[in-house]
Write a protein that binds this ligand. Structure first.
Ligand code: ARG
Length: 589
């Protein structure tokens, strides 16, 4: 089932063709001036240039034929040759009836599903998650859900940072502190202890300490590099220790991601490429793609059209260790070979755009990714504090994800004391609602602007129950659901949907019909902010409608049944869109 706009485009394109013009001029869009018409087609202006005639003349020919169709309540020409279209209510209602009866709301699954991998975690082992990782998780989860809903075969991968220098830093820090541990004894025979010698609290202290030491002391940095190299080359003691870091960190990371309602299909990481790195590098050397330069091994990725200098991709450093780019290249090989990936979306901070450009070029150049495979960096900006600088704690430190989550939930709790009904709920339900409201606050704020934009996180504004906020949407949902619940309890009838009796009802029908176009746009631009905008405008359109129509007390049963069906369709669309945003809604609040 095509969307309303698509159906109208077919009709208008047919009409352009029957008037002797190219079909492509028949594209219909939602009107810029809803006060004048519901839809518009601007094609006559462009057509006039191609056919060297007057745009109004073309528009007139098309309008004459469209008027004869009995489909429109109004077809007029405005200005230089814009065609304004307003549907007859009967046609609109027919469309909304099929939409309301369809569990996919007329969103047809794609004809050619692709195998898509969304790489959107990027959490690092032995380091707590920070706000940047949260943005990746929130935006990526939404893109994954959207892509999957559209019918593609999608896998979300966390792609842990677990094989680089930070691992060597923590290992050599431990070696300094506990030289007597069996992990550091080259003569150690037999198994290593099964239980981890470090806890998550230890790791949280160890990494910053190691990081500071390597900054201050070149010898410590050198030791960390050697440890990284040794780990990557399978030194048993280091590898055993690293396994402990993994196990201990994963418990914590899984909890954070679960709180965010983010679910990965794959918990792979940089280290999962360890067996394919050497064979890959050997092939690249053999085939002349990789060569030595100043003691390092590199792949040249410049292209003739480059305006600015493009540094090579580094595969092996002078110290012998492999890098971020090496594991990313090997990961592409793994995803292509083992997962048959056709499109890989990397939801990562925009400051890494050079890195991805190098990796993607190298992958295509070396055949790691055949030319048909899409590699895209879905870049996002920074979440700033009110001072315009990256969001910090009150004392100026890096804001941990966990602290941020606690902060928004606390704020939600405070806000909920303003909500009348919630006062009677038991403590467990209150806590559950506060969690969902907090998450909605965070996620909606993060998703509502185009991802590439830096935004200021203003907790007071984003946690309000009014305006473009997550809590406003949850509140609208909860209230609408309670209306539906009451109507069911009272045995009221739902549907059929009738012709709209006023502008408010008509606006709601038109809004409901936009969903398929919005999802297509959000996917085409890899931009969930379109879903946010749609959810908000659908909610306000419904709230206005609800304010003007007293659904539950309406005496005319036929009218009431129609309104209830509309309310139900709205709730179900909103629920879908919020779900695609990764936002969960409470049944009541
Ligand atoms: N671990 C990286 C970081 O914290 C992000 C990883 C993103 N994904 C990737 N395939 N490189 O910056």
């Amino acid at each position: 089932m095509a969307s309303l706009k698509e159906q109208l485009t077919v009709i208008v394109a047919d009409t352009f063709a029957s008037c002797g013009y190219d079909r492509k001029y028949g594209t219909v869009q939602t009107s810029d001036r809803p006060d004048l018409s519901q839809f518009q087609c601007n094609g006559a202006l462009a057509a006039a240039r191609q056919y060297s005639t007057n745009p109004r003349q073309i528009a007139q020919a098309v309008v004459d034929k469209l008027s004869a169709l009995d489909l429109f309540q109004g077809v007029t020409i405005a200005g230089a040759g814009f065609i304004n279209l307003t549907l007859r209510d009967e046609y609109l209602v027919q469309h909304i009836r099929t939409l309301a009866a369809d569990e996919r709301h007329n969103c047809t699954p794609v004809a050619q599903p692709r195998k898509v991998i969304v790489d959107y975690g990027g959490a690092n082992i032995a380091k707590p998650m920070h706000v940047g990782h949260m943005r990746a998780a929130i935006i990526g989860e939404s893109l994954k859900r959207l892509t999957r809903f559209l019918g593609h075969a999608v896998l979300g991968d966390v792609h842990l940072g677990d094989w680089g220098l930070p691992m060597g830093m923590v290992i050599s820090e431990l070696k300094l502190r506990h030289p007597d541990w069996p992990y550091f004894d080259p003569n150690h025979q037999g198994p290593y202890p099964a239980a981890s010698p470090v806890t998550i609290a230890d790791l949280e202290e160890l990494y910053p300490a190691a990081s500071q030491r390597t900054r201050e002391d070149p010898a410590a940095l050198e030791a960390a590099r050697q440890a990284t190299f040794a780990l990557q080359n399978g030194q048993p003691g280091y590898f055993a220790l690293w396994r402990h870091f993994m196990d201990v960190s994963l418990v914590e990371l899984k909890r954070d991601y679960a709180d965010l309602n983010v679910e990965f299909d794959l918990w792979l990481g940089e280290s999962d490429t360890r067996d394919r790195i050497m064979p890959l590098i050997e092939r690249l050397q053999r085939e002349g793609y990789a060569h030595e330069s100043q003691g390092a091994l590199i792949v040249d990725v410049t292209q003739p059209e480059d305006a600015k200098e493009m540094p090579p991709l580094l595969l092996i450093k002078t110290d012998g260790a492999v890098l971020y780019g090496t594991t990313d290249l090997a990961t592409i090989e793994q995803r292509v070979q083992e997962l048959s990936a056709e499109l890989i979306l990397y939801v990562v901070d925009k400051r890494q755009s050079n890195h991805f450009q190098q990796v993607f070029r190298a992958a295509h150049k070396t055949g790691v990714a055949p030319a048909t495979i899409g590699l895209e960096h879905i870049a996002f900006g920074t979440m700033n504090g009110k001072d315009g600088k990256p969001f910090k704690t009150r004392t100026g430190g890096v804001m941990r994800l966990r602290s941020l989550i606690d902060m928004v939930i606390e704020k939600a709790q405070e806000r909920l004391t303003e909500v009348e009904a919630a006062k009677n709920y038991d403590a467990a339900e209150k806590a559950e609602i506060a969690h969902l409201v907090g998450m909605a606050t965070l996620k909606y704020a993060d998703l509502m602007n185009h991802r590439a934009i830096d935004y200021v996180f203003d907790l007071d504004r984003f946690s309000a129950f009014e305006g473009r906020t997550g809590p406003y949407l949850l509140y609208t949902m909860a209230r609408s659901k309670s209306i539906l619940r009451k109507a069911s309890e009272l045995g009221y009838l739902f549907g059929p949907i009738n012709a709209p009796a006023d502008e408010g009802a008509r606006a709601l029908l038109l809004k409901l019909a936009e969903l398929p176009d919005v999802l297509d746009l959000a996917f085409a631009e890899r931009a969930p902010n379109h879903l946010c905008e749609y959810a908000y405008t659908l909610a306000t359109t419904f709230n206005r409608f609800y304010h003007d129509h007293h659904i539950l007390s309406e005496p005319d049963q036929v009218q009431q049944a129609s309104w209830l069906a509309l309310a139900k369709a709205t709730v179900s669309e909103l629920e879908l869109v919020l779900n695609l945003l990764g936002i969960q809604t409470p049944e009541r609040m």
